[in-house]
Design a protein around this ligand. Sequence first.
Ligand code: SF4
Length: 232
Amino acid sequence: MERLPQPASYASAKGNFAHYIFEHLFKLPAPERTIERARKYVEPAIESVLTEKVREEIGLDDEKLKGLLHETEEILVTYFEMEDPREVTHEGVELRMGVTIEGAPLFGILDRLDRDKDGNLIIVDYKTGGLPNRSFDSTTFANAELYAALCKEKLGELPTTMRLLYVAHGEAVERPVAEVNIRAREKAAASAWQKINTYYNDGDFPATPSKNACRFCNFKDLCRSQGVAVPS
Ligand code: SF4
């Protein structure tokens, strides 16, 4: 296994930047979660997220940094119009969960796991990119459904709702958790894991192109599906 590192992009740096601020904001006691406090995490985010390596990979100059800080301020203002974090009760932020389901090891980091007034668990995922198309295809909630599977296995409790917060656009997209979909995700993960094991044992990993994955892939020049042999 080559474990090729994924180079940073401006979009991933912006996402990590916003996630850093939200994570630290929600670790504060509820009454202290104000926009003024959120802004105080911008400087530490520069230190923590914009490492030398990231700066180099995204070609961060003064102009780009100014743009990133401007977009971050817009995200914060928009976010505080969407909800009041002082009213949020949560079970944790940046929750790292790993479980084994039907032999498949699954791992995920949940941005936030809320507990609503009726005692239900809500999966909250921040999105700093564009809005999904209106028909919300099956991929829109794919990660959140896997997070629901992790909660069910790890906490013994199935969340009732998945909420995606498009913080750059001020829109929240919500869907109830359907146990049948969670089972389907678990089955799909178990089947993918079985395939990985088969490929590993055979010593041959075929390329598995898909429109979404290939569009953003940084390893096209190594990929067999692009007509280039994968080195053995
Ligand atoms: S270009 Fe190749 S390696 Fe990249 S996602 Fe597509 S199939 Fe996978």
